[in-house]
Write a protein that binds this ligand. Structure first.
Ligand code: DAH
Length: 339
């Protein structure tokens, strides 16, 4: 009996399985009801009384070793099977938060798309500018209020350097560097010395458009304005031009669109007039062309400029301007579906 136990012990210790089926076959061979170890157990009653203690201990030991060995092999297969060394593949994944495009970027891209279809290409310029490109080259008089510290951020140690107050400065940069035909659109951030409130901020965003060529007329401008308004706010949108003044355009106008919130019937947003102002525009003043190296006797042009926040408000009715720069993800997520 002892010899048989020793023999099985050797076999069990040498047990080896290369897959789950082989392992199951071993379990059946040694540990099942009719397996080798149980068969020995059945013979145990024939063992002489004085040997029972020793043989019993050996038998139990064999059974434990066999069981442990089978368990160890089984564990090895389970870990091997998923190929991940004990990593729990059933655990749920960490949620990956996807970002959303900023509403101002969504609207800026829409504006760019519309003008790109008309042949305008994007031009950019610096946010830290000098007096010439922001004011002088755009025909601002020496005593124009925009040059006042109250309205513009100047660099204290260098009063000629300032944060641009409008993207019209990009007009001058492009004109001084190239000759017509010029057809550009300039999106960007601008700065003004304003107290921050729900309807004003010390920085905001604008898009400027400039077209200079031979025989550009106010009719061309008006047609582009109408097309832009309809593309941006819907085919039923009407436009209205009111005479205005800008140093760099002559004649100048401001454009209203029929209020897209009430459809022109009148609501608090349009102050019950049915119209909302969205941009400034005009024919480029000949002084501006000449100051920037373009011969005003040969060329003419139109320009227009609008605030992206204003257009975004009209599209999405954001009541507080500060929301645009607070990076509150609850606010930003509201625009998830918009692009
Ligand atoms: N630069 C003007 C502003 O910041 C906007 C503007 C008005 C731009 C008329 C233009 C224009 O190009 O023709 O208020």
């Amino acid at each position: 009996m002892i010899a048989k136990i020793e023999q099985l012990l050797k076999e069990v210790e040498a047990m080896h399985a290369s897959n789950a089926e082989e392992l199951e076959a071993l379990r059946i061979k040694y540990l099942s009801k009719k397996g080798a170890i149980n068969n020995l157990m059945a013979d145990f009653r024939n063992v002489a009384a004085e040997q029972k203690k020793v043989v019993g201990m050996k038998l139990n030991e064999l059974k434990t070793i066999a069981q442990d060995k089978i368990n160890a092999l089984k564990e090895q297969f389970e870990n091997q099977d998923n190929g991940c060394d004990g990593v729990d593949l059933t655990r749920s994944a960490y949620p990956v938060e996807l970002g959303t495009r900023h509403p101002l970027s969504i609207v800026k891209n829409e504006i760019i798309d519309i003008f790109a279809r008309l042949g305008f290409s994007i031009a950019e310029g610096p946010e830290i500018e000098d007096d010439w490109h922001v004011f002088s080259a755009l025909n601002f008089a020496e005593d124009h209020p925009a040059r006042d510290m109250q309205d513009t951020f100047f660099i204290e140690s260098h009063p000629d350097i300032l944060l641009r107050t409008h993207t019209s400065s990009v007009q001058t940069r492009v004109m001084e560097a190239s000759q017509p035909p010029i057809r550009i659109i300039c999106p960007g951030r601008v700065y003004r010395n304003e107290a921050i409130s729900y309807r004003a901020h010390c920085f905001f965003h604008q898009v400027e458009a400039l077209y200079v060529d031979k025989e550009v007329s106010f009719t061309d401008l008006k047609q582009v304005l109408l097309l832009f308004a309809k593309e941006m706010f819907g085919a039923d949108t009407k436009i209205r031009l009111r005479p205005s003044y800008f140093p760099f355009t002559e004649p100048s106008a401001e454009m209203d669109i029929s209020c897209n919130i009430c459809g022109g019937k009148g609501c608090p947003f349009c102050k019950h007039t049915g119209w909302v102002e969205i941009l400034g525009c005009g024919m480029v003043d000949p002084n501006v062309l000449d100051a920037n190296g373009i011969d005003s006797k040969i060329y003419s042009g139109y320009a227009l400029g609008m605030g992206i926040e204003r257009i975004t408000n009209l599209k999405y009715q954001v009541k507080d301007l500060r929301m645009f720069s607070e990076n509150d993800t609850r606010f930003l997520k509201e625009f998830e579906a918009a692009y």
